[in-house]
Design a protein around this ligand. Structure first.
Ligand SMILES: [Zn+2]
Length: 246
């Protein structure tokens, strides 16, 4: 392949810009915020599940409490009704009176037992409510930290995008100076080796850092200026400059 020496030198500018683009892409993939966001998202999901479980438990206990309180009310209503019958003097038979008094006593005992149950449920409900409050606070704290990390990530990405945009603009200018076939070869080699072109500096390929043999240097010295050379070692396009040691 043939290309003007100036066009070949532009490959070095292109390779430098491409290394900046690669560094920016690497920075984008390895932002510390990404790991932090991942970790906090997991914590948030775990806490959100725990909040739902705790809320379900508190809800179950609220229903249990309501049911126990309504049991207490039913027993109290029945005891009040019996007491009224007793107070009304309508019941006169000693046996009926004794039976009524016994029922009132047993209802009072039952009411006491049920009130114990209500108190016990209320205590459990209170503990469940405290747990919900604690977990919600923890979840909200994680959500706030997550939002902060996401904002920092977005800010970093915005900066990387801005820099990438500038570099891409400069790259477009440089590629405009390079003939299509040479650019095609460069892109192909870049795809294969990561870097498509390297400078020959002081008899050494700057792509693989290998020193060229005397025979190889002689071959390059004899090659026309517009011949596109390749490094025998790393196969990259080898660009001659004033620093090549030729
Ligand atoms: Zn090389």
């Amino acid at each position: 392949m043939k290309a003007a020496p100036e066009a070949q030198k532009r490959l070095l500018d292109l390779a430098e810009l491409d290394s900046v683009i690669d560094r920016l892409a690497h920075r984008r993939r390895t932002l510390p915020e990404l790991a932090e966001i991942d970790e906090r998202s997991k914590s948030f999901a775990r806490l959100a599940t725990q909040v739902i479980e705790a809320e379900t438990e508190a809800g179950d206990l609220a229903r249990e409490q309501a049911k126990a309180e309504s049991d207490v009310d039913a027993v109290r209503t029945r005891a009040d009704r019996d007491q009224k019958r007793l107070d009304s003097g309508a019941v006169t038979s000693p046996r009926d009176l004794a039976s009524l008094q016994s029922e009132i006593a047993s209802l009072h005992k039952r009411q006491g037992d049920l009130e114990e149950v209500v108190l016990e449920i209320m205590e459990r409900k209170e503990a469940a409510d405290t747990k919900v409050t604690d977990l919600v606070a923890q979840r909200d704290e994680i959500a706030a930290a997550l939002a902060t990390a996401e904002a920092r990530r977005d800010e970093a990405l915005k900066e990387i995008d801005k820099e990438s945009g500038e570099v891409q603009g400069r790259r477009a200018t440089v590629t405009g100076d390079i003939p299509t076939d040479l650019l095609g070869l460069y892109e192909k080699l870049k795809g294969q080796y990561g870097v498509g072109a390297a400078m020959l500096r002081g008899g050494r390929c700057q792509g693989c850092k290998v020193a060229l043999s005397i025979a190889e240097m002689n071959r390059i010295k004899a090659a026309p200026h517009d011949e596109v050379l390749r490094c025998e070692e790393c196969r990259r396009i080898l660009v001659r400059t004033a620093e090549s040691g030729l």
